[in-house]
Design a protein around this ligand. Structure first.
Ligand code: GDD
Ligand code: MG
Length: 371
């Protein structure tokens, strides 16, 4: 079956991580997130996929190429200017054939049963079927009320609270009959959520919702990026972890040096070529990237440390993200969902808290930032 993946967005809410890496290519448990998504599609026979890229397209091409390494046929199509969710799919319609296709937002972590979704789509005779998931705050998503038969009655993108009549939102995975794209103007910015879906409803076309209680997370913000790691490490969704399980829920890669009296308290994942200094503590729900160095007496907990970062002696990192190649000098403290971009140099005893975000390649003198 054919699929199309929307990966052209700027990922602005995930800055500074997305300044250097497009959102779908950010590592999730040390694997580019999109690789996890593509393998999930492949599991259900969706192995011919068009990537609709826009922002930093070379990063996708360099890593995946034609997809053969993963046993998938991948075609990359890059927009000159953002065409919006629907315009982007219209732009690749020539590659999609006539049969129903799977269309995915590229920022969703899910274990959705795509086989069941496709069966439902066919059983209902739908032209579009939208996977739905319940959330507590639907105002950040597309609200999708249904009738008793599962047919969509309205589509309200980013509704205000007084419009909220259900907790079911558009979960960002569709089955689409490509013929619905005929009415979409080519080369223009066009939205599924604000234009095509409401238009099709007005025309009386059969659009169905497929409510699912599977695992679902939109990776849009730093908090969610950290939560996705916690959920995988905590076993809420099954994603293969690299490395060897040396103790229960402690996964460790190749060429890892662990210093005297260092503590590894799972669930956690440590990548390849990592060194952990004497007396350091790696706490639960932590993911340490490849080539990372953790200094003596440092403590890391509930955090994501990206490749080649250096966590100096006595540093503390809690529920935060440290970017690729970033160097924390001794005694630095990072906490409360703070995000340090790539290649930052943070001098001794700086404190980053309350969700502070630091731009890539910033150099910060010792003791400059305190809370
Ligand atoms: N190629 C391309 N071109 N891709 C795009 C463009 C574009 O112009 N704009 C957005 N995308 C991609 C993004 O990279 C992302 O993977 C996906 O489309 C969705 O865009 P987001 O910016 O993440 O949208 P959202 O999260 O605010 O809302 C969407 O997803 C929600 C579920 O997470 C909507 O589909 C909502 O209705 C839905 O509830
Ligand atoms: Mg999103």
């Amino acid at each position: 079956m054919k699929g199309a993946m929307l990966v052209g967005g700027f990922g602005t809410r995930l800055r500074p991580l997305t300044v250097t890496t497009p959102k779908p290519m950010l590592p999730l448990v040390n694997t580019p997130f999109l690789e996890i998504e593509l393998l999930h599609l492949k599991e259900y026979g969706v192995d011919d996929v068009v990537l609709s890229t826009g922002y930093l397209p070379a990063v996708f091409d360099e890593y995946f190429g034609d997809g053969s390494r993963m046993g998938i046929k991948l075609t990359h199509v890059t927009e000159d200017k953002p065409l919006g969710t629907c315009g982007a799919i219209k732009n690749v319609a020539g590659q999609l054939g006539d049969g129903p296709v799977i269309v995915c937002n590229g920022d969703i972590l899910t274990d959705l049963d795509i086989g069941e979704l496709v069966d439902y789509h066919q059983r209902k005779g739908a032209v579009v079927t939208i996977t739905l998931t319940p959330v507590e705050d639907p105002t950040a998503y597309g609200l999708v009320p249904l009738d008793e038969d599962g047919r969509i009655s309205e589509f309200l993108e980013k509704p205000s609270w007084d419009q909220v009549v259900t907790n079911l939102i558009n979960a960002g995975t569709y089955v689409l009959d490509p013929a619905v794209l005929d009415q979409v103007p080519g080369g223009e910015n066009y939205s599924f959520e604000r234009q095509l879906f409401p238009d099709l409803l007005k025309q009386g076309e059969p659009l169905y919702g497929f409510p699912s209680d599977c695992y679902w997370l939109d990776l849009g913000t730093p908090r969610k990026y950290i939560s996705a790691h916690h959920d995988i490490l905590g076993g809420k969704i099954k994603v293969p972890l690299g490395g060897k399980e040396i103790r229960e829920k402690v996964f460790v890669g190749r060429d890892v040096e662990i210093g005297r009296d260092a503590g590894l308290n799972g669930p956690l994942l440590v990548g390849d070529r990592v060194s952990i200094g004497a007396g350091a503590e790696i706490g639960g729900l932590t993911c340490i990237g490849n080539g990372v160095r953790v200094g003596p007496g440092a403590r890391v907990e509930g955090s994501v440390i990206l490749d080649d970062a250096v966590i100096g002696e006595r540093c503390v990192v809690e529920q935060s993200v440290v970017g690729r190649g970033t160097v924390l000098s001794p005694g630095v403290h990072v906490a409360e969902y703070s995000v340090l971009g790539d290649n930052i140099e943070a001098g001794e005893e700086n404190e980053f808290r309350r969700g502070i975000r630091v731009w890539p390649s910033t150099v910060i003198e010792a003791g400059k930032i305190k809370f």
